[in-house]
Design a protein around this ligand. Structure first.
Ligand SMILES: O=C(O)CCC(=O)C(=O)O
Length: 299
């Protein structure tokens, strides 16, 4: 592993030097993407939505759904999902959210999905000039939001997200016009599960993904000596290419690590069919490398 990079600069404007760095390294990290009031509002909105889902389950208005037999380890925990709602919450493995006090259950969340239309703060945030505006500057065109998650690593039990490229989960082309904004809501450190990335790894093309802990890059593909931790204070953000190999380790510390993640694609991308994508997101020898294809093969 490489030594810690210098502390991320505070986000002001995106310069041509930033664009060159993004092309070279596949990501940019900044402190101060959100100010402290915005961080507080985001954390409060997340809690409100999550506690609302837990309350709905207690009232029988939302189901607690156990994972399917084929779920990867990262998805082996239960989820709470009201019928027909895009917004649902996923817990760490082994957690029974209804057996816990709601505040304790909220601490054991792993992911909240589909939330940006559920709270006015997030509806505005996905248009934020320091989030969508930065992505548009990096992609060089208007950006469309197509994916969102809030990712939590609970104290002591927060699970690892193994090495992957976000494009392995999608079907948009051109591949280089897909990018993610990841915003820390707590200080993200090596101890509580900050991002790790391989600078420049986005230029190596697609890596084969397989089902392990999650859908992840096959063993032996990456030179992990090149990886760097990207520590950020609450409000800091990382903007990265859909081709960048990245990972977050487990949280064995007593400090929670929450983050918002928004996925954008350039307006000039298009959605391919899985068949088409299996010929685009490929390793150097042409082998299909995406999770979507792996899922289909394994049924
Ligand atoms: O926030 C995390 O722990 C990992 C996020 C991530 O890389 C992803 O979900 O694609």
């Amino acid at each position: 592993m490489q030594t810690m990079e210098r502390q991320a600069p505070v986000l002001e404007t995106i310069t041509t030097a930033h664009l060159a760095q993004f092309q070279e390294q596949g990501y940019l990290a900044f402190e101060g993407v959100l100010d402290p009031a915005e961080v507080e509002a985001a954390a409060a909105a997340l809690s409100e939505l999550t506690l609302g889902l837990i309350e709905a389950a207690h009232q029988g208005k939302a189901e607690v759904i156990s994972s399917g037999a084929n779920a990867t380890q990262n998805y082996s925990g239960p989820r709470i999902q009201p019928p027909g709602s895009p917004c649902f919450v996923h817990f760490e493995s082994g957690v029974d959210p209804l057996a816990l006090d709601p505040a304790q259950a909220e601490l054991k969340v792993r992911k909240l999905h589909g939330y940006h239309r559920e709270h006015p703060f997030f509806t505005a945030l996905v248009q934020h000039p320091r989030i969508k505006g930065v992505i548009e500057a990096l992609l060089g065109q208007q950006a469309l939001l197509f994916g969102e998650m809030a990712l939590s690593k609970p104290p002591f039990i927060g699970s690892e997200k193994p090495w992957h490229q976000d494009n392995a989960y999608f079907v948009y082309a051109p591949l280089e016009l897909v990018a993610t904004a990841w915003i820390a809501l707590d200080d993200a450190t090596a101890e509580n599960g900050c991002m790790y990335a391989i600078p420049g790894g986005h230029r190596a093309g697609a890596f084969r993904h397989v089902h392990g802990i999650d859908c992840q890059i096959a063993a032996g593909r990456l030179d992990l000596d090149q990886c760097v931790p990207v520590e950020l204070k609450a409000g800091g953000g990382m903007f990265f290419s859909g081709m960048l190999p990245h990972q977050t380790p487990p949280n064995r510390s007593p400090r929670r690590r929450r983050a918002l993640q928004f996925q954008y694609r350039g307006v000039h991308t298009r959605a391919l069919t899985k068949e088409e994508y299996s010929r685009v997101f490929v390793e150097a020898d042409g082998t299909p490398a995406s999770c979507a294809v792996a899922e289909r093969v394994s049924g």
